[in-house]
Design a protein around this ligand. Structure first.
Ligand SMILES: NC(=O)c1ccc[n+]([C@@H]2O[C@H](COP(=O)([O-])OP(=O)(O)OC[C@H]3O[C@@H](n4cnc5c(N)ncnc54)[C@H](O)[C@@H]3O)[C@@H](O)[C@H]2O)c1
Length: 333
């Protein structure tokens, strides 16, 4: 059983605590938040769990094996570093850190102390992403052409990070998990309208082998959309995360172009076959992920969503930020 101290009980923290509380592999030892209102909520929900307002109590407690850092991104580095320095494993929210240097330092520190870092890339544990990964890994989609995602809604406005740092980590971590090959370059554009950070942004990522990804993130959308299309040579799919049934639909559609001896005479044939919707696993992704965190620690196993995975996402976010400042200039990774 892994004894965990949770720092941050704002919007996302209660989901972490609820899931940790329900697992056999973990025990919530202490909850910390500097806000007394948040602590009052925690005490009401979990009267048996001790609480504190100073993270040092968790970071130095001999009764805690691992720390979950569920605070805003600019606090991740300091809290995670102190946890590692005190010999504690770390579960840290996305995005991993505010810049790649911090991420590299934490990765090095964890390796030196033989401690686990897991970055909360929650979507990788959903039935939808597991199925999509299965389909890409087995070659069912064929060579990939593109990944195209729309993640838009009205709010929730963050004051400390732009819409790119808030929403794009989801797509970037999913993309990193299912597209083979290191991204080569990023182009991004965005605008600030309301509170000094980009609230609308578009990001394009170039991969080897003509694979291209596009991510549209927006806090000023009149409707909420969570839609991803992935095009492959053999099959294409549409993932609508907001519907209950048939979240992932796979289309046997495609285009084949053949040319005979005469280059002028291209033969274009369209294939329009069946659509099918696979059965997806249903359990709550966060529960699966937190159980995996505990098992990785117990078995001394490196998680696939480790510090390196977090760093790859942060590198793309940094590149996007530079590109936005230069109004869409290509930034090589
Ligand atoms: N994986 C996901 O799907 C998902 C979803 C939402 C948020 N998040 C991530 O979770 C993190 C927190 O987001 P949120 O929306 O819960 O933010 P939030 O502002 O609602 O909550 C953060 C809480 O941390 C507390 N806090 C901040 N600094 C602290 C410190 N040094 N010591 C103790 N308490 C401190 C605040 O008082 C607040 O209650 C962010 O990194 C965000 O990106 C992830």
């Amino acid at each position: 059983m892994i004894r965990i101290g949770v720092i941050g009980y704002g919007y996302w923290g209660p989901n972490i605590v609820r899931n940790l509380h329900g697992l056999d592999s973990t025990r919530v030892e202490m909850i910390c938040d500097k806000s007394s209102a948040s602590l009052a909520r925690a005490r009401k929900a979990y009267p048996g769990v001790s609480t504190c307002s100073d993270p040092e109590e968790i970071l130095t407690s001999p009764n805690i094996d691992a720390v979950a850092v569920i605070t805003p991104v600019w606090t991740h580095y300091d809290l995670a570093k102190k946890a590692l320095q005190n010999g504690k494993h770390v579960f840290v929210e996305k995005p991993f850190t505010s810049n790649s240097q911090q991420a590299e330092e934490l990765i090095e520190l964890a390796a030196r102390k033989n401690l686990t870092i897991m970055v909360d890339h929650t979507f990788l544990f959903t039935g939808a992403v597991k199925k999509i990964r299965e389909l890409t890994e087995s070659g069912a989609l064929g060579n990939l052409y593109y990944y195209d995602s729309l993640r838009v809604n009205l709010g929730l406005f963050q004051h400390d990070v732009s819409v790119i740092w808030d929403l794009a980590p989801h797509d970037l971590s999913i993309m990193d998990h299912i597209i083979r090959g290191e991204p080569e370059a990023v182009v991004a554009t965005g605008e600030r309208h309301l509170n000094g950070v980009e609230d609308v942004a578009f990001m394009t990522i170039y991969f080897p082998g003509n694979v291209i990804a596009h991510i549209n993130v927006n806090w000023l959308s009149p409707v909420k959309i969570r839609m991803t299309m992935i095009g492959g040579q053999k099959k294409m799919l549409v993932w609508n995360d907001l519907v209950r049934d048939e979240k992932v639909r796979i289309y046997d559609k495609g285009v084949t172009i053949t040319s005979g001896d005469d280059i002028q005479k291209l033969l274009v044939s369209y294939r329009s076959g069946d659509m099918w919707a696979p059965q997806l696993e249903e359990p709550e992704a966060l529960r699966v992920e937190l159980d995996y965190f505990a098992k990785c620690i117990m078995n001394n196993q490196t998680p696939f969503n480790d510090g390196h995975a977090g760093l790859r996402v942060v590198r793309m976010l940094e590149a996007a930020e530079v590109s936005i400042q230069k109004r869409g200039e290509l930034v090589r990774l």
